[in-house]
Design a protein around this ligand. Structure first.
Ligand code: 13P
Ligand code: ZN
Length: 291
């Protein structure tokens, strides 16, 4: 089978368009990886070329990322500088499939980027995330990065504290703690495109499905394209509501209370992390748990 006919390629391209239509991918903003199942790689192997050189993972001189947990695997990865709006119309020019070597420290492109280029500058973060995600759930295959305006806006006005950020988002929609009961991780502003921010993000993704990069964007993971896209959509929708609420008032008159969140646990088969269910003195938005 040709890569262009494969269901995983079509699902990936559709999600890229969905993200673009949400306004999350200005210019070349965002990047996106999918770890292929063995049978998916096998089905399109006839389309792979093994002539490309093995390359180091990392853009910066001192970066040397190694991912033994992903050794030998294949990944569908967006190209650096490529625009999400073009992925569905010409996937072969805008994305690639790459393979990691048997020690997980080098990659080679086996398909795609037909007009040249290289994988996303955030490759180290994607692989670091995929490695820790695979460890906690072997079916977690999608890692997605985008630039959603409301999530980013909140990183200027909320404390960059996972407890506060998560709690304020949770209060904006009952479905939030059901969809991501482990909450949102926060990486303070760091230089993007390298190993250090990748390690900081993956440390949080060991437990959390969503990680916000302050003043930049967000990462999420999922078992499939629907779950990853739906997760980002849910967080960004709640962030949009919070932006509206904060534009009206610094205080909430009404909200969902900690004991009401706890009521969700049994019926929805979840266990909302208690770190987010602290008592608040009043309705001021963004107050720290100890205030
Ligand atoms: P790339 O074009 O290299 O994927 O970079 C886009 C981006 O969002 C960087 O964080
Ligand atoms: Zn980005």
């Amino acid at each position: 089978m040709k890569v262009l006919e494969a269901a995983f390629l079509k699902g990936y391209a559709r999600m890229a368009t969905d993200g673009f239509l949400q306004g999350w991918h200005e210019r070349n903003g965002g990047n996106f990886t999918y770890r292929l199942k063995d049978e998916e790689a096998e089905a399109v192997r006839e389309d792979f070329s093994e002539n490309a050189p093995w390359q180091r993972i990392g853009w910066q001189e001192d970066d040397h990322s190694v991912f033994p947990g992903l050794a030998g695997e294949y990944f569908l990865v967006s190209g650096s500088g490529k625009y999400f709006r073009n992925i569905e119309t010409d996937p072969a020019a805008n994305v690639c499939i790459l393979q990691l070597n048997e020690t997980g420290d080098l990659f080679r492109i086996v398909w795609g980027l037909t007009e040249g280029g290289r994988p996303t500058s955030e490759l180290a973060t994607h692989l670091a995330n995929l490695e820790v995600c695979k460890e906690r759930d072997p079916e977690l295959r999608v890692v997605y990065h985008c630039h959603p305006a409301n999530i980013i806006a909140l990183t200027y006005v909320l404390p960059l504290d996972s407890r506060v950020f998560t709690r304020e988002i949770f209060e904006m929609a009952t479905e939030c703690p059901i969809v991501f009961p482990e909450g949102i991780g926060i990486v303070p502003w760091m230089l993007c495109g390298g190993q250090k921010i990748g390690e900081a993000t993956a440390e949080l993704m060991k437990k959390q499905d969503v990680v916000v990069w302050a003043h930049h964007g967000a990462f999420c993971c999922g078992r499939d394209f629907d779950l990853a896209f739906g997760l980002m959509h849910t967080v960004e929708k709640a962030a949009e509501i919070l932006v509206k609420v904060m534009s009206m008032s610094a205080y909430k008159l009404n909200t969902i209370k900690p004991d009401q969140f706890r009521e969700l646990n049994a019926p929805f088969g979840i266990r909302i992390n208690e770190d987010f269910l602290y008592e608040k003195k009043d309705g001021r938005i963004g107050c720290m748990p100890e205030e």
